[in-house]
Design a protein around this ligand. Structure first.
Ligand code: SRM
Ligand code: SF4
Length: 573
């Protein structure tokens, strides 16, 4: 029986963002006019809040801040643009456009994100409309890539389990399409109404005019790979497969990584299982879960507005019952599953249908031509002959997917010519590393991440190599601030920026993505990071049990306590 419950009403005055949404006329605001205004290369804050729903943020180059301040110039404003790409798939033609646009309007590079899409940086206001239109020419848009709506739906990236993967990918696209805002605003502002949809649809039947209290994220994983970090999602969907056929999903709710330093009312949390559903129900289930957050999420205090806080405030069982009320049926009991890792498996793999897939390690997801490593050029050459797709992974890597046996040879030649397999020699630690963007573009960064992690890794690798652990898979993640865009709270070794050159060091997340880490040292610089890690790594090398992962070891040997619930992330369990 579906049980009726009465959930408490929300309290408090709506936040300023709620007012901006309410007055925006379905995300229009004054964006169209503001973008044409030529006096400043920036836009006012209220328009920037709306801009997020259009997949973009106004930023400034923080490397130039002081200098420009001294010269009394306005900050070096520029836009970040995030492409909507459910399941992270781009055709070679689309890849070539991403490559071209990053040169034409951006900073000559693009960033593969932790949610399987790409971001451009450095787009000037005057070029934004052209940029959006050119993206649209290859059928990409950016709507709902950011903002208080459902974001890019993630799905397992490597298509070697051919039919199964295809089905999951199609479902992730279906969920994404179903939960897209219906407003015409995007098409009017950026595409001159090029793509007009029925205005009846503009009523936003799912969202309403206030959209969600906060961002909302959905990810799917096919065990044993947890490459989408399924428990970090607002809704995590774990594929249940029988006889190589997808039959349904275990559903987990209320995950999220963000927190604020020093505020224990904010914390990272993992999604918790509420049951099993058959695959035909998945789109509707996602909608109903999302509407519970729409109706009960905190619209007063944005830092407590994510679904994880709604679940913890109302209670998991109550939220589950409310979802069941809306569905009109109950969840079945969750089915058994086992995850083995969160990272990607590199190199070539032959799929069940005979097609080949090459997973390439891309350090921190940055695609550009580096000195002595023209990565972007190499991938462009591949795109020119590739007939399959590029699939982005949640670990900021790329899969050159669905390659026929004849094309494989030609692609392999390019891979060899540009030494793309040199990363095979990297330590397993580096190959399991993720860093968020942070400086110089991210306005919220407290410390470096993407620009610093590679050099810190060199020093940690020296310790790793001294201890014979070169090939030991250990996940390591760095975020420039506690928002946790690299999902640092789920790294077996995690760094979260505190201030310039200073990080909190966290240890003890599980290798499979099913346990958060715990603070080990606070506010430390490089010297102390290395001094802290050295004895633990030495200890691990000597006394780990057979098959024991680093995250489990540091808990067994009591360097940190296991975090059993995000609410204990800051305190004792
Ligand atoms: Fe994130 C905000 C970059 C994945 C949690 N994130 C930002 C902004 C937009 C900064 C801002 O608000 O001004 C960053 C832009 C930096 C820049 O210069 O480009 C930013 N987030 C990223 C990306 C690009 C990191 C990366 O290097 O890959 C990822 C883009 C994902 C995508 O394609 O959609 C990215 N962000 C994440 C993730 C990981 C995930 O979703 O799997 C998280 C943690 C999971 C979660 O949401 O809880 C994440 N980002 C945040 C938060 C904290 C949210 C919270 O609940 O408190 C913020 C700040 C906010 O929303 O106020 C944020
Ligand atoms: Fe910026 Fe912080 Fe996200 Fe890194 S974790 S991209 S510093 S918001």
């Amino acid at each position: 029986m579906v049980g009726k419950i009465v959930l408490p009403p929300q309290e408090g005055k709506p936040s300023d963002v709620e007012e901006i949404k309410a007055e925006s006329n379905y995300l229009r605001g004054s964006l169209a006019e503001t973008m044409q205004e030529e006096l400043s290369s920036g836009i006012p804050d209220w328009d920037n809040r709306l801009m997020k729903f259009h997949g973009s943020y106004l930023q400034d180059d923080r490397d130039q801040r002081l200098e420009r301040e001294r010269k009394r110039l306005e900050p070096a404003y520029q836009f970040m643009v995030r492409v909507r790409m459910p399941g992270g798939v781009a055709t070679p033609k689309q890849w070539l456009k991403l490559d071209e646009l990053s040169d034409k309007y951006g900073n000559q590079s693009f960033k593969i994100t932790t949610r399987q899409t790409i971001q451009f940086h450095g787009i000037l206001k005057w070029n934004m409309k052209k940029h959006m239109q050119e993206l649209n020419s290859v059928l990409f848009d950016t709507i709902a890539a950011c903002g208080d709506v459902n974001r890019n739906v993630m799905c397992n990236a490597n298509p070697y389990q051919s039919n199964l993967h295809q089905e999951i990918f199609e479902l992730s696209s279906k969920i994404s399409e179903h939960l897209l805002p219906r407003t015409n605003a995007y098409y009017e502002i950026w595409l001159d109404k090029e793509k007009v949809v029925d205005t009846q649809e503009e009523q936003e039947p799912i969202y309403g005019s206030l959209y969600l209290p906060r961002k909302f994220k959905i990810g799917m994983a096919i065990p044993p790979a947890n490459d989408t970090d399924v428990f970090s999602q607002d809704i995590g969907l774990i594929a249940v497969v029988e006889n190589n056929e997808l039959i349904g999903f275990n559903v987990a709710i209320g995950g999220g990584m963000g927190m604020t330093h020093g505020d224990t009312a904010t914390y990272p949390q993992l999604a918790r299982l509420i049951g099993y559903i058959s695959k035909d129900k998945v789109v509707d289930v996602c909608e109903k879960i999302m509407t519970v957050q729409r109706d009960y999420g905190n619209r007063s205090v944005r830092k407590n507005a994510r679904f994880k806080y709604t679940v913890d405030r109302l209670g998991l069982e109550n939220v589950k019952k409310e979802i069941e009320n809306r569905l009109g049926y109950e969840f079945e009991e969750a089915r058994p599953y086992e995850f083995k890792h969160t990272g990607d498996r590199y190199g070539w793999i032959k799929g069940e249908d005979g097609k080949y897939h090459f997973t390439l390690f891309i350090q921190n997801g940055r695609v550009k031509d580096f000195d002595n490593y023209p990565l972007k050029t190499a991938l462009r050459e591949i795109a020119l002959i590739h007939k399959g797709e590029f699939r982005f992974t949640g670990n900021q890597n790329v899969v050159i997917a669905n390659v026929g046996s004849r094309s494989k040879k030609a692609i392999d030649e390019i891979i060899q010519k540009y030494h793309l397999t040199d990363s095979d020699n990297y330590s397993a630690l580096r190959r399991n590393s993720i860093a968020c963007v942070a400086l110089p573009t991210c306005g919220l960064a407290m410390a470096e991440a993407e620009r610093y992690l590679p050099s810190l890794l060199e020093k940690i690798e020296a310790i790793i190599d001294d201890n014979g652990l070169h090939d030991q898979d250990i996940t390591i993640r760095m975020s420039g601030c506690p928002n946790g865009c690299s999902r640092a709270a789920m790294g077996e070794i995690g760094f979260i920026g505190k201030g310039p050159g200073k990080y909190n060091l966290y240890l003890g997340a599980s290798h499979t993505g099913s346990r958060l880490n715990k603070i080990y040292k606070e506010n430390i610089g490089e010297e102390e990071i290395l001094a802290s890690l050295r004895p633990i790594i030495e200890h691990y090398a000597k006394e780990r049990l057979d098959g024991e992962h680093f995250g489990d070891f540091v808990i067994r040997t009591e360097y940190v306590e296991a975090v059993t619930d995000g609410r204990y992330f800051h305190n004792r369990a």
